[in-house]
Design a binder for this molecule. Structure first.
Ligand SMILES: Nc1nc2c(ncn2[C@@H]2O[C@H](COP(=O)(O)OP(=O)(O)O)[C@@H](O)[C@H]2O)c(=O)[nH]1
Ligand SMILES: [Mg+2]
Length: 327
């Protein structure tokens, strides 16, 4: 049965794509079977991240950028990871209205991800959704996410090119720059440039980018573009900046390095979660965990010695790799 869904995904069926992403969201065991078969068909799509504060215009920019990409004959997959405006409850209509034109286009697939409840973490679930769209043949995959915490930074690391959306009058840019939020951007987008303070913000960011030691150490000087998403202004410039970054990555071999790093991180993350899941499943059988907790509580056992024994006996790791003390 899994094979059917995989075959359908490879043909680009929106129904099959939706179904398997739902399995991912619900931690349905059928998801991993599908992912395994899908994996060999991934790695072709170019992944774009659009991040920024709630209300900065990420969805509006995604909409206009998608129209632009479609006009170039490219197919687009959109994964929205935004707890502030999910496609559920009250926000459903607003998002549908905004995504009006592209929502009807068969060359575009839009999916909003639930933002909580993943055992393997939100970043891994997003990464899997991206892989499904990649295998389904989408040329460009856009990830829209709110740029604040570690979760978002992890998500945005999935992207090949990251666009950070800033708007005039929304908090202290220099402050967020100091906090390291801005360092992850490959392209800075000053949206709502129809508003007062946009030119000043643009100048400020340009200056800051030119001054930043860490950014200057890189070979790619991140461009700063101004847009008015609602008026479709500056979208060509934004698309050009993205394309320039892509060309830079491809020509300098940085794209392969970046993807290699990502594959390493993802694999380690997966080992982390899957190992934990398997051990937890093992321990929850026959009250094993309850017994262990009692033993630890009564000081017949201690968690350090227990860890050591588990790593050694179950995983057969060499003594030298186990940092905990031997008993
Ligand atoms: N004035 C102005 N409003 C904009 C612009 N871009 C988006 N908006 C509006 O800002 C609000 C938030 O936009 P949205 O795309 O949902 O932001 P998101 O939360 O970052 O996805 C909406 O009411 C948009 O119509 C812009 O360039 N100028
Ligand atoms: Mg949005």
């Amino acid at each position: 049965m899994d094979t059917d869904y995989v075959a359908e995904i490879l043909k680009g069926s929106p129904r099959a794509i939706s179904r398997v992403i739902s399995w991912l969201e619900n931690d349905d065991p059928r998801a991993s079977g599908c992912m395994e078969k899908i994996y060999p068909h991934t790695g072709r799509a170019y992944i774009l991240g659009i991040t920024g504060s709630p209300g900065s215009g990420k969805s509006s920019l995604t909409d206009k950028l998608t129209q632009k990409l479609r006009s170039q004959g490219l197919t687009v997959g959109i994964v929205a990871v935004d707890p502030t405006s999910p496609f559920t409850g009250g926000a459903i209509l607003g998002d549908r209205v905004r995504m009006g034109d592209i929502a009807m286009d068969p060359g575009v697939f839009i999916r909003s991800m639930a933002t909580r409840g993943y055992l393997g973490g939100l970043a891994q679930a997003t990464s899997n959704a991206v892989k499904i769209l990649d295998a389904a043949g989408k040329d460009i995959i856009l990830i829209e996410t709110v740029g604040v915490g570690q979760d978002e930074v992890d998500i945005i690391r999935i992207a090949d090119t990251v666009c950070l959306v800033l708007v005039p009058g929304l908090g202290d840019v220099i402050q967020s720059m100091k906090a390291g939020v801005m360092e992850i951007a490959d392209v800075y987008v000053i949206n709502k440039s129809d508003r007062p303070g946009a030119d000043q913000l643009c100048a400020e960011v340009t200056h800051r980018v030119a001054q930043d030691v860490e950014i200057r150490a890189r070979q790619w000087p991140p461009p700063v573009v101004q847009t008015v998403a609602t008026e479709n202004e500056g979208i060509d410039e934004m698309a050009d900046a993205i394309q320039a970054h892509r060309s830079y990555l491809e020509q300098s071999n940085r794209l392969i390095d970046k993807r290699r790093e990502r594959t390493r991180d993802e694999t380690l993350q997966m080992i982390h979660y899957e190992l934990f899941r398997a051990i937890k499943a093992y321990l929850s059988r026959d009250h094993r965990m309850d017994q262990l907790v009692s033993d630890i509580m009564e000081r017949r056992e201690n968690p350090y010695r227990l860890m050591h024994r588990m790593l050694k006996n179950y995983l057969r790791l060499p003594e030298s790799d186990i940092s905990l003390n031997a008993d």
